[in-house]
Design a protein around this ligand. Structure first.
Ligand SMILES: [Zn+2]
Length: 259
């Protein structure tokens, strides 16, 4: 490795998303940035890139393939975060989206039971909730989903740039408030052991003005919508945004990254 290492000017100190040092990394040509965390992609540099990149730059990439997936060392948490926001960003976002949509399916089936089938609200527990009523009644579970959702949004944030980052941040802020509301509900069950605001059931702040089912449909909508907008901008970034991306999520990544 040492014998083939490029001149010192071709290497730089690299930091992870949270400022942790990754040690010395090769300086990548701008046109190959989308492949920063994707060694398999680097190994087979697509033909259009070979035309776009100078012939002096491309051979340098072959040098990178000599590293193992995490640069030959045991992966740290920051390595994992970097991978989740780089070469695994697309798969991580898809997994996250499937979880969010499955949660939506339960909320929408509950809404259909109330307004489509005319069931009472206690009877309307979605699909899984019919077999496992505790899924609906457990404030621990509701809080668990809210914090997991917030964690997922924060964890996958570094991969977003430009307009997509702005919309993703809006989703994070709104989910943070949604999660505060769930903390308040859980607090009444787990700590106080009685509801607040003179209510018969655990009650959050916005629930003083709106019924719980409608309120949480609204909360899920105002978090999901900016999240989806962010994902769309991330899939189809502007040329400027594409240049800053370190993942392979962009549909037009190859074209926009080089324009
Ligand atoms: Zn991405």
């Amino acid at each position: 490795m040492a014998g083939t290492r490029p001149a010192p000017s071709r290497w730089r100190r690299s930091n992870g998303p949270f400022g942790q040092s990754h040690g010395w990394q090769p300086v990548l040509p701008t046109c190959l940035k989308p492949y920063l965390y994707s060694e398999s992609a680097v190994r087979a540099v697509p033909a259009p890139l070979q035309v776009v990149c100078s012939t002096q730059e491309v051979p340098e990439m072959a040098d990178m393939t000599q590293h193992s997936a995490f640069g030959g060392h045991r992966p740290s948490f920051s390595d994992l975060v970097a991978a989740l926001n780089g070469r695994w960003h697309r798969q991580a976002l898809l997994t996250f989206l499937v979880i969010v949509l499955a949660h939506w399916a339960e909320h929408l089936s509950q809404a259909f039971q109330i307004w489509g089938l005319g069931w009472t609200r206690p009877e309307s527990r979605g699909v899984l909730g019919l077999a496992f009523p505790w899924l609906v009644t457990s404030e621990w579970l509701h809080y668990g989903y809210a914090i997991a959702m917030l964690g997922g949004l924060v964890l996958l944030r570094p991969g977003f740039v430009g307009r997509a980052r702005t919309w993703w941040d809006i989703a994070i802020v709104l989910q943070f408030w949604h999660h505060i509301e769930h903390i308040l509900l859980l607090f009444q069950v787990a700590v106080l052991h009685h509801p607040l605001f003179g209510s018969a059931v655990p009650t959050s702040i916005a629930q003083l003005a709106f019924p719980r089912v409608e309120l949480h449909l609204f909360y899920n909508a105002i978090v999901t919508i900016p999240m989806l907008i962010a994902m769309l901008y991330h899939r189809q970034p502007s040329a400027e945004d594409a240049r800053q991306m370190t993942c392979n999520c962009a549909v037009r990544g190859l074209a926009t990254a080089t324009t």
